[in-house]
Design a protein. Structure first.
Length: 181
C-alpha cells in the first residue's frame, strides 16, 4: 500500500506542476485502483461501476487544487470516492422509490373497463350465426333474464320449444367456438 501511495502521490504532485504524461499515468493507475475499491463495495451492480469511476475521476480533477501535499493522497481520494458512492446510493434509492416494480402486471392487465362491452359485442356476433328462434330464445332467457313462460308468450312458441331452442343454440355456439380455437 505504501508503494502505491508513494507512486500515485508522486504522479499527482508532478501533474499539479503541469506534467501531462504524469497526469495521464495517474488517472490510469487511479482508474484501476477505483475499480477494485468499487467492486468490493457494490459487487452486484457491476454495470454502474464504470460510471462511478468516471464521476470520481471528474471529482478528483475538479478538486485537485484542494489537495494538500503533506496529507496522504489515498485518504483524500477515498473521501471523494466515498462521497460519490453515497451520492450514487441516494440517487438510486430515490429513483427506486419512485418506480413500482411491475411484478403484478398480470393483475394490471387482467381486467379492463371495456371488458363487459367487448363481451356483449362478442355475444351479439356469435348469436347472429344462429337461426332466429334459437337466437331470440337465448337472448331473452339467458341474457335478459326472462322466464321460459314469458319468452314463450313473447315469441309465440311453447315452453318446451323455447327450452329446446336454448339448448340447441348453446350447443351450436359451443361447437362454433371450438372450431374457432
Amino acid at each position: 500500500m505504501y508503494s502505491e501511495e508513494a507512486r500515485l502521490k508522486a504522479l499527482f504532485i508532478s501533474s499539479l506542476d503541469g506534467d501531462a504524461v504524469s497526469y495521464r499515468l495517474f488517472l490510469s493507475d487511479l482508474t484501476r485502483y477505483l475499480r477494485g475499491y468499487l467492486r468490493k463495495r457494490i459487487p452486484k451492480m457491476r454495470e454502474d461501476i464504470e460510471d462511478l469511476i468516471q464521476e470520481t475521476l471528474l471529482a478528483v480533477h475538479h478538486a485537485r487544487h484542494t489537495y494538500r501535499p503533506e496529507e496522504p493522497l489515498t485518504a483524500w481520494i477515498h473521501a471523494i470516492a466515498r462521497y460519490k458512492l453515497m451520492d450514487f446510493f441516494r440517487t438510486r434509492a430515490r429513483r427506486d422509490s419512485l418506480n413500482d416494480p411491475i411484478d403484478d402486471h398480470q393483475e394490471i392487465f387482467s381486467l379492463s373497463d371495456d371488458e363487459p362491452e367487448n363481451a356483449r359485442r362478442d355475444i351479439r356476433t356469435l348469436l347472429n350465426y344462429l337461426p332466429d328462434k334459437q337466437r331470440l330464445s337465448i337472448l331473452h332467457v339467458k341474457l335478459q333474464g326472462m322466464s321460459i313462460a314469458e319468452t314463450a308468450t313473447l315469441l309465440g312458441l311453447s315452453e318446451s320449444a323455447v327450452k329446446v331452442n336454448v339448448h340447441r343454440g348453446i350447443k351450436a355456439l359451443a361447437a362454433r367456438m371450438r372450431e374457432a380455437l
